[in-house]
Write a protein that binds this ligand. Structure first.
Ligand code: G4P
Length: 194
C-alpha cells in the first residue's frame, strides 16, 4: 500500500535494526485519513470472506480495526490487556508474551461478544513474533469461532511471526512488509500488495 509506505519512509523513525517508531501516525498521534484508507484496503482484501466481526488488541490495533469494521459494516472487539472494573467474569483469556517488552500479559474478551459461528478478522498494527496474533487465535478457538484471516498494518518480515502464522495455513495480509531496518533505512519486501 503506497500511501502507507510513503508515510513510513517520511515519518517513521528507525530506532534500531529491529524497531521502527511510528508514533507520528499510528502508535500515538493517529492519522485518520491514513486509517480510513487502511480500513478500505483491509475491507477490499477480506470482503468476500464472510467476516462477522473484527477482533483486535488494545491500544494501537483499535484505529485500523475500527476503520475496517466501518467499511465492512460489522462490529469491532478489542481484547483488553488491563483488568476492567466492569469486565470481571465470563471472559476468554490468553497469555501473550512480548519479546520486545519481555513480559507476559493476560488479554481478555467478554464471552458476550464472540460466539460459536463467528467468522473473525484479526487486525493489528505490528506483526513481529506473532504472539499477539496467536493469543487472539487462542481466544477465537475458546469461543468456537473461526479466524478467516489476519490483517496487519506493518509486518516485520525479518521476525518470525508472519512465517509461523502462514505455516499454519492462516491467511495473513500485511499492508507493508519490512525486509530490513539496517543502517537506519527502511527496506520493504518486494512481493507485498501495493
Ligand atoms: P508480537 O505480538 O508480534 O510477538 O510482537 P512483540 O511482542 O514483539 O511486540 C510487543 C509490542 O510491541 C506490541 O505493541 C507491538 O505492536 C509492538 N512492536 C513490535 N515491534 C515494533 C516496532 O518495530 N515498532 C513499534 N512501534 N512497535 C512494535 P503493544 O505492546 O501491544 O503496544 P500498543 O498496541 O499498546 O501500542
Amino acid at each position: 500500500m503506497d500511501l502507507l509506505k510513503k508515510k513510513i519512509q517520511t515519518e517513521g523513525k528507525v530506532l534500531s535494526d529491529t524497531v521502527l517508531k511510528v508514533d507520528a501516525f499510528l502508535n500515538h498521534q493517529i492519522d485518520p485519513v491514513l486509517m480510513q484508507e487502511i480500513g478500505k484496503e483491509f475491507a477490499n482484501r477480506f470482503r468476500e470472506k464472510g467476516i462477522t466481526k473484527v477482533l483486535t488488541l488494545e491500544s494501537s490495533g483499535i484505529a485500523p480495526a475500527t476503520m475496517t469494521g466501518l467499511e465492512l459494516g460489522i462490529p469491532v472487539i478489542f481484547a483488553r490487556k488491563r483488568q476492567s472494573l466492569t469486565l470481571t467474569d465470563h471472559l476468554y483469556t490468553a497469555e501473550v508474551y512480548s519479546f520486545t517488552k519481555q513480559v507476559t500479559s493476560k488479554v481478555s474478551v467478554s464471552q458476550d461478544f464472540i460466539k460459536q459461528g463467528d467468522n473473525l478478522l484479526i487486525i493489528d498494527d505490528f506483526l513481529a513474533n506473532g504472539q499477539a496474533a496467536f493469543g487472539l487465535i487462542d481466544i477465537a478457538e475458546q469461543a468456537g469461532a473461526d479466524v478467516a484471516g489476519i490483517g496487519i498494518v506493518i509486518e516485520k518480515g525479518f521476525q518470525k511471526g508472519g512465517q509461523a502464522l502462514r505455516d499454519k495455513g492462516i491467511c495473513v495480509e500485511s499492508l507493508a512488509i519490512i525486509d530490513s531496518l539496517a543502517d537506519h533505512q527502511v527496506t520493504f519486501k518486494e512481493e507485498d500488495h501495493n
